[in-house]
Structure formats: structure tokens, C-alpha cells
Design a protein around this ligand. Structure first.
Ligand SMILES: Nc1ncnc2c1ncn2[C@@H]1O[C@H](COP(=O)(O)OP(=O)(O)OP(=O)(O)O)[C@@H](O)[C@H]1O
Length: 259
């Protein structure tokens, strides 16, 4: 059975088709990178997959459970870290983790062990009893990630997870995701940082104007481009038209220099 199964998923805002009949299957244990330029439809897709935004049509299933027909059952299996996590400023980091664990009915002993482990991993042990309102942006991002993992989800959705993280924390997250996926968790990661996708994802999907325009392993994407020296950035820019813009920038700057 697929971990995530998306069938003819679509979302229109007024007349604008933000996500256009998306079909995608992601296996258990896969670390999937979801890429696309600004406004391509990444967040809209993730919100439909996590039960936050109702699709105009189509279905999203988590381990065979329809997110919109059986939302409670499906939501028990997932965790979602948005790009701007909405945390409770008047809770301490520890209280926040305890709150999340109680929502997901994690037994107390298991919670304690997991929370300590996660806080240690992300260097937050010392600040665990401080109010979240005193946390920096990166610390908020990290406590949100800890909260997402405290109930050991089967599928983790991350929207721009490394933005705001220092290099050490970004590396910790990358290694942790790899390890969790090797142990059977599935991760669906949207990112603009192509290097991250290139280094850690099993497969990447590129979305443009609400449609998947490329879907493959890095090795296959490179070989289909006919040049194994291409970076994901080269492939991404070629597919999404960024190269035309680069040519325009070169033209403008050349003209500036000539004047
Ligand atoms: N609430 C909304 N009402 C109307 N249009 C919306 C709404 N949310 C998103 N859109 C439009 O839907 C399209 C997809 O937006 P979405 O936020 O999913 O893109 P994205 O790929 O996540 O972009 P970014 O990389 O900039 O975060 C865009 O054209 C956006 O303007």
C-alpha cells in the first residue's frame, strides 16, 4: 500500500486553478522532495494533504485512509510543520510538547523519553522551560519539529523546514529525516533549497502552475536531461523557465554595463 496517494487532486481559488488534477503516489519510507517556483501550488497541495484546506475535487489518502472522509483517523497518522509554525507563546517548550503528546494520546513515559531525546538533538534542553515567546525564529522552528515527531507519525509533512535553521540544526534535521525514513517513516518535504533536495531526497517532484512537470529520482532526472553533470538547479531552471529570466537579467546587467 502507498503511504500517500493523491488522485486527481485539484483546488481552484475563484477562477484560478492553483492545483490542477494532481496524481502522485509515495511509498512507505520514502523521502520525497516537493519543489516548485513561488506560487506553483506547493503549500496548497500540502494543506489539502494534511486536512487543512478542502480540495475542490479529487482525493488524498494516507495509508489508504481518505483525509477528507475519515479526517480523525488520517490525522492520527501524520504530522505537519508549516513554514511559519503557529505556536502557543505562553507555553514553555516542554509544555508545548506535552500538549501535543496529550492530543495524540502518547503514554506519559514514552512522551518523557521522546521529548528529552528531541530537545537534546536540537540543542533546546536548556531552554525547555522558557516561554516560547522568548524563542528565536529558528528555535520556534525546532520546537515545532520536535512537536511533530513526539507522537512518531507515519507520515511527516514539512514546508520549508530548513529556513531559519542554523547550519548545524539543518544538518541535524537532514540526518534525522534520513534515519527516520530508513526506519519506515515517510517524509514529504517542500523546499526551495535545491541542494537539500539533491542531497537527501529519494525522489523529487517539480510542480509548476499546479501540475507536476517532473517526477523521478535525481539520477533519472539527470540522465533524462542527457547530461549527468547537470545540477538539480540546472534541471529546475530549465523546466520552470527560470533560465529565460536569467537571460533577461544578463541582458539588463550587460546593458547597464555598456551605458
Ligand atoms: N487563499 C488564497 N486565495 C486565492 N489565491 C490563493 C490563495 N492561496 C494561494 N493562492 C494562489 O494559489 C497559487 C498557489 O499558491 P501556493 O501558496 O500553494 O504556492 P507555493 O508553491 O506554496 O508558493 P511559495 O513557494 O511562494 O510559498 C498562487 O497563485 C497563489 O496566489
Amino acid at each position: 500500500m502507498q503511504s500517500i496517494k493523491i488522485t486527481n487532486l485539484a483546488k481552484t481559488y475563484g477562477r484560478h486553478q492553483a492545483v490542477d488534477n494532481l496524481n502522485l503516489e509515495i511509498k512507505k519510507g520514502e523521502l520525497f522532495g516537493f519543489l516548485g517556483p513561488n506560487g506553483a501550488g506547493k503549500t496548497t497541495t500540502i494543506k489539502m494533504l494534511t486536512g487543512l484546506l478542502e480540495p475542490t475535487s479529487g482525493t488524498a489518502e494516507i495509508h489508504g485512509i481518505d483525509m477528507w472522509k475519515k479526517p480523525l483517523e488520517a490525522k492520527k497518522r501524520i504530522a505537519y510543520v508549516p513554514d511559519q509554525p503557529n505556536l502557543y507563546p505562553k507555553l514553555t517548550g516542554w509544555d508545548y510538547l506535552e500538549f501535543v503528546a496529550s492530543v495524540f494520546q502518547v503514554p506519559q513515559q514514552q512522551f518523557q523519553q521522546k521529548a528529552k531525546e528531541m530537545l537534546h538533538l536540537f540543542n533546546l534542553t536548556k531552554q525547555a522551560n522558557d516561554l516560547i515567546e522568548s524563542y528565536s525564529h529558528g528555535m520556534k522552528q525546532k520546537i515545532a519539529i520536535c512537536g511533530a515527531l513526539v507522537h512518531e507519525p507515519d507520515v511527516l509533512f514539512l514546508d520549508e523546514p530548513t529556513v531559519g535553521l542554523d547550519p548545524k540544526s539543518a544538518r541535524t534535521l537532514k540526518n534525522l529525516l534520513r534515519e527516520l525514513c530508513d526506519n519506515g517513516m515517510t517524509a514529504f518535504v517542500s523546499t526551495h533549497i535545491l541542494e537539500i533536495a539533491e542531497q537527501m531526497c529519494d525522489r523529487v517532484g517539480i510542480i509548476l502552475d499546479g501540475r507536476i512537470i517532473a517526477l523521478d529520482t535525481m539520477a533519472e532526472l539527470k540522465s533524462s536531461g542527457g547530461d549527468s553533470n547537470l545540477s538539480l538547479e540546472d534541471i529546475f531552471l530549465e523546466l520552470t523557465g527560470g533560465e529565460d529570466q536569467q537571460a533577461l537579467i544578463n541582458e539588463i546587467t550587460d546593458e547597464g554595463e555598456r551605458r
